[in-house]
Design a protein around this ligand. Structure first.
Ligand code: ZN
Length: 326
């Protein structure tokens, strides 16, 4: 057995160290790259202050807006469909249940959220208010914000019944109102700018509450099923509505995301919420193209599952449950 000389020992030690470093590097880069694949965003991410998650709730909408740190305020915009409203979608939730039970509340609990400060219901179609009764009866809700329309339907009836029974604070959202959120976060109702009359399906869509949340340089617009008439009205808002992230109104339907409106808000990211193999064939291919044509990154809940965007007010980062950019 030969005794190693001093330099040989050092060499062995260095070789071991090098091997360890290489192994460590690869294990990190493998982990990092598999994570990175799902990432898109502006650089310069510091401590995140706001997290916005577009949950996969079948053919419907549910968006969780959460202050990170501070008082941890939480806004939920829409509650997904109930089972009946989603019966024609491929993925039907547990019979007799709703995505509120299978997805929204479990998600909030996983995040340690104990209270929804603001439950904003953009409008009274089943794919947006279907989960309200379950949420009001099973979770702590600070206040419900309604668009103030009369829109009689079994969903409206069920929703208002749950409001009465639980005695939750019920308010009609007024355009221009600002809701208290984090220190450097503004949450404001910026639409609708007028009342679209009648009981037509499209009128109720146009009466969707439009919420804009701004954290520093990064902004989000969630507008329910707003259609082109409401979009064009918003353009007369007289304020710079440039936005970082736009949730494609009306699940990416032809009725919405008009080119003039997109040119006005110039989204960097377009998020589409739709059910897998839904019967309406949403989002419309042509509408997705409008976002892509202007260089926006496109994400869709039917393909990406839950989509989460975090921001520090200067940069932002998008991560998805499934896959990356489309
Ligand atoms: Zn809808």
């Amino acid at each position: 057995m030969s005794k190693k000389s001093g330099p040989a020992k050092i060499f062995t030690a260095l070789a071991l160290l090098f091997t360890a470093a290489v192994l460590l590097f690869f294990s990190f880069s493998v982990r990092f790259s598999s994570f990175r694949r799902d990432l898109f965003g502006r650089e310069a991410m510091g401590e995140p202050v706001l997290e916005v998650t577009f949950l996969y709730v079948g053919q419907g909408d549910a968006v969780v807006i959460r202050e990170l740190g501070g008082r941890g305020r939480v806004m939920l915009i829409d509650t997904g469909p109930n089972a009946a409203a989603d019966e024609f979608a491929a993925a039907v939730p547990v019979k007799g249940s709703t995505y509120a039970a299978t997805t929204i509340i479990p998600y909030l609990e996983e995040k340690g959220v104990e209270r929804i400060d603001y439950l904003v219901l953009t409008h009274k179609h089943g794919d947006h208010i279907g989960g309200v009764p379950y949420i009001l009866r099973n979770f702590d809700v600070g206040a419900v914000y309604d668009n103030g329309t009369e829109y009689p339907s079994p969903y409206t009836e069920e929703y208002l019944k749950a409001v009465r029974e639980t005695g939750v604070d019920f308010r009609v959202a007024r355009t221009g109102d600002t809701l208290p959120f984090g220190e450097n976060i503004t949450a404001q109702f910026i639409g609708p700018l007028r009342r679209y009359q009648g009981t037509l399906y499209s009128d109720e869509n146009c009466n969707s509450i439009v919420t804009r949340v701004v954290a520093g340089d990064i902004s989000f617009i969630v507008a329910g099923d707003m259609e082109i008439a409401a979009e064009l009205d918003l353009m007369a808002y007289g304020e710079d509505l440039r936005t970082t992230v736009l949730m494609a109104p009306h699940h990416g339907s032809h009725s919405s995301s008009s080119r003039p409106f997109l040119n006005y808000v110039r989204p960097e990211v377009g998020v589409f919420s739709a059910g897998r193999n839904n019967r309406y064939s949403l989002p419309a291919y042509e509408v997705i193209r409008r976002y892509e044509d202007m260089g926006a990154a496109v994400y869709r809940t039917d393909m990406n599952g839950n989509i989460t965007i975090v921001t520090d007010g200067r940069g932002y980062r998008v991560s998805t449950e499934i896959g990356g950019l489309n």
